[in-house]
Write a protein that binds this ligand. Structure first.
Ligand SMILES: [Zn+2]
Length: 402
């Protein structure tokens, strides 16, 4: 153990907590000076000076090099160290594994995408996972602080992931043991909806105030809830099955084995199936359907309006139950365009009780391809910025995978 790290590890809890408060204040508002940090973190100047010194010694923060004079005194702007420790984020999906290496600010420094061929075995899938992690570990500059993994499927206690619905050959994968054995790292594991929410929280700090509901409108319809920026985990960390809310008694058969689920009408797969049938266009995609709606094609307009109505009812029901402050909507279905979004928002607001409507913000977002891996890395960043034990451990000189 080097001298700097042992100094940090032997600090009292209070000093660690103060240091974390300063670090957390800085990540929310990079470029602050020591005195601005003192105000923001609610600490005195001596505490901030000591915390800043520790964080600089640990290479977590640096002076940005831009200093200006305020009332005759030099003001040194501090930032998270862009060349400091890095974090790995991995996104597991049935047909691809994406990996990113990010710095402490969440900026991507390296990315790696591995397509998984259809009908691949579970063993091949896990080989691709190990290969992705190994490659990223080799690319880490300096220290690796940890690894986050976004998963699909259910049963999110990391030792017993149940991928069986989407990838039957990956039943009961022990991701935790795989990572411990191969890389000496205990990953932060969460389902993809939680990881998507992490990205939204990082992008939009307003979402941390009160309750936020994220709904993903894609091949599946998923949800995630946070209260004051903290996830509401649910049993076995499962976010909920909005897509399998029954919206039609004795409706169409669903992949889950029941009938009339929301996804049988409003998933991208279902919408395209109906659109191709009605419009007699075999290779129609979502944005082309959106273009037909914008061009006023009557059958396309009628179909998409019906989708907006069904989703509007399902979402308004959730909002009336939960009284959330922010609703975030994202997913491939939003490529249907502005008219669909307006229709959906109108339908939601038409059905809200006044108390649920009061102060509700609706955000339409677009997440790029790296979103899930980035969200997985954010799980580690979130832990680092809030958990004193994890923070102290992360500063240990022991290097993951080395
Ligand atoms: Zn279902």
């Amino acid at each position: 153990m080097d001298e700097e790290s042992s100094k940090i590890l032997t600090l009292s809890d209070l000093k660690i907590r103060h240091t974390l408060m300063v670090l957390d204040a800085l990540r929310r508002n990079e470029g602050m000076s020591r005195s601005e940090l003192a105000k923001s973190a609610g600490c005195d100047n001596t505490t901030v000076t000591r915390s800043v010194r520790l964080l600089m010694n640990g290479k977590l923060i640096v002076a940005s090099g831009k200093s200006e004079s305020m009332k005759g005194r030099p003001r040194e702007a501090l930032i998270l160290n862009p060349k400091g420790p890095q974090i790995i984020g991995i996104s597991l999906e049935p047909n691809r594994i994406d990996g990113v290496l990010v710095d402490l600010s969440g900026r991507i420094r390296q990315r790696l995408d591995t397509p998984i061929a259809a009908m691949s075995s579970g063993a091949c899938y896990m080989d691709a996972f190990r290969e992705t992690v190994s490659t990223l570990l080799k690319a880490v500059k300096g220290r690796c602080l940890g690894m986050g993994v976004s998963t699909f499927g259910a049963g999110m206690d990391a030792s017993h992931l149940d991928f069986s619905v989407h990838f039957p050959d990956l039943q009961e994968v022990d991701l935790l043991e795989t990572c411990r054995r191969n890389f000496g790292v205990e990953p932060e594991v969460a389902d993809m909806m939680r990881c998507r929410m992490q990205v939204e929280l990082a992008r939009e700090p307003e979402l941390r105030k009160g309750m936020a509901l994220l709904v993903w409108l894609g091949g599946g319809i998923g949800m995630n809830i946070t209260v004051d920026g903290q996830p509401v985990p649910g049993h076995r960390n499962h976010g909920g099955e909005l897509g399998h809310n029954v919206c039609e008694p004795d409706g169409l058969p669903c992949a889950c084995g029941r009938r009339g689920c929301l996804e049988t009408r409003c998933s991208t797969g279902a919408v395209l199936m109906f659109a191709r049938m009605i419009l007699q266009i075999n290779d129609l995609n979502i944005s082309q359907l959106g273009a037909l709606v914008e061009a006023d094609q009557p059958e396309a307009v009628a179909l998409v309006h019906e989708v907006a109505q069904r989703l509007g009812i399902a979402l308004a029901n959730q909002l009336n139950n939960l009284n959330v402050n922010n609703l975030v909507l994202d997913g491939e279905l939003l490529q249907l365009g502005d008219r669909f979004r307006d229709d959906l928002e109108t339908e939601i607001r038409r059905l809200l009780f006044p108390i649920a409507a009061h102060g509700l913000q609706i955000h339409f977002r677009h997440m790029d391809d790296d979103g899930l891996a980035l969200g997985a890395a954010s799980l580690v960043r979130e832990r680092l910025f809030s958990d004193p034990v994890f923070f102290a451990k992360a500063l240990s000189p022991k290097r993951i995978g080395k």
